[in-house]
Ligand binder design. Structure first.
Ligand SMILES: Nc1ncnc2c1ncn2[C@@H]1O[C@H](COP(=O)(O)OP(=O)(O)OP(=O)(O)O)[C@@H](O)[C@H]1O
Ligand SMILES: [Mg+2]
Length: 357
């Protein structure tokens, strides 16, 4: 048995085989009678069942207990990371109408390296060259995409181009990134305890990080007001920082950062905020999960200065789908766009760019 998942296996015996199968990335339990798994990017229903709703609910409350949390009438939702790195979200009735609902995102022991992404066709050599150049030139990069499109995996791969000479401060809600450099200092947020005390947010950790002399900041995901703190940090130094955000396109990524910054509650005129976004963010790497379940970097865009108060981007690379087979398999290619405005800068410092730019 994989010791990695032993913790969950203890409570979730009916789905044991899926917990132990490394080809399965997620297990989705919708009440005792219906269970789906995700394998190779695709969802499938499996025959496994729990004997009853009380048995399933007991499993969920035991998982909560084992990580020092409560799941009951008063606390009907659980968001937890288990010691093995898996992420578990659970909701119990009556909030969930189908019985206890549990979603497990299994921890991937072997992270997706650039080489693996190349072999999966998630990017090509030119895309890698462009990403390497963005990191080497200390551009601030946001990886955007839909839920589960591969943002965190791409951020992890992008971060692999950071050199060992730099001091990198990593801040996450639940530690997923696996930076391998010599000088990494990682932080994880903390939820409030059952009395509502002791919460430490991404914003708090950004404040600490800025006092710890970072060369670069790597923030797992921007979801709220911390966007403003990050923008201010990026506009006052710390070039070469990176993060992810949920968005539908590179332009949408900039609008989402703006929306998140507004959630900070700090009053800042919209025009000023927009120019902060446009000057802080240099490039957006957009990811997507295609109809065949494959995940790809589908666009890399450079962020240009505002034009009459609106965001503008220049597409440096885009994925063009050329055909979709009957079984959903997607074929296409990565196409060059316009050369980046930093092409000259790259030549001066000897950083290689793709597409003969
Ligand atoms: N290029 C890829 N090829 C194959 N599988 C991938 C690829 N990228 C990510 N995955 C797998 O897809 C799942 C989701 O990936 P990841 O966590 O990186 O996505 P995400 O967009 O950050 O998700 P979330 O929205 O939950 O933060 C993981 O199981 C991961 O291993
Ligand atoms: Mg993620």
């Amino acid at each position: 048995m994989e010791s990695n998942n032993s913790f969950l296996v203890l409570f979730l015996a009916p789905v044991r085989e899926y917990l132990e199968d490394d080809s399965i990335s997620e297990i989705l339990i919708n009440g005792p009678q219906q269970i789906f798994i995700e394998r190779g990017g695709k969802l499938e229903e499996v025959p496994a069942k729990f004997v009853s709703e009380p048995a399933l609910k007991a499993a969920a409350t035991n998982i909560a207990k084992s990580v020092g949390r409560i799941l009951d009438e008063m606390h009907p939702r659980l968001d937890a990371r288990l010691p093995d790195g898996s992420r578990v979200h659970a909701v119990i009735p009556p909030l969930s109408r189908v019985g206890t609902v549990i979603a497990i995102r299994k921890f991937k022991k072997d992270t997706l390296t650039i080489d693996k992404m190349l072999s999966f066709g998630s990017m090509d050599e030119d895309t890698v060259k462009l990403i390497r150049a963005l990191v080497a030139l200390h551009k601030n990069v946001i990886v955007s995409g839909a839920t589960s499109s591969g943002k965190t995996s791409v951020l992890n791969a992008v971060s692999s181009f950071i050199t060992d000479r730099e001091r990198v401060l990593v801040i996450e809600d639940a530690s997923e990134l696996q930076l391998q450099q010599r000088h990494i200092v990682s932080f994880e947020t903390r939820k409030a305890d059952k009395n509502g005390q002791g919460e430490v947010t991404i914003r708090d950790l950004i404040h600490s990080a800025l006092r710890l002399r970072p060369d670069r900041l790597v923030i797992g995901e921007i979801r709220g007001g911390e966007a403003l703190d990050l923008l201010q940090a990026l506009n006052t130094g710390h070039a070469g920082s990176m993060s992810t955000i949920h968005a539908n396109s590179p332009e949408d990524c900039l609008r989402r950062i703006e929306t998140c910054a507004l959630l900070s509650g700090i009053d800042i005129p919209l025009a000023a905020l927009r120019s902060q976004v446009a000057s802080a963010i240099d490039a957006v790497i957009h990811t997507a999960r295609l109809s065949d379940g494959s995940r790809k970097v589908v666009a890399i865009a450079e962020v240009l200065p505002l034009d009459k108060g609106e965001y503008r981007v220049r597409e440096l690379m885009t994925w063009k789908t050329e055909s979709v087979a009957a079984d959903g398999t997607v074929a296409g290619r990565f196409e060059p766009g316009e050369p980046p405005t930093f092409a000259k800068e790259a030549h001066v410092v000897g950083v290689e760019l793709p597409f003969g730019w």
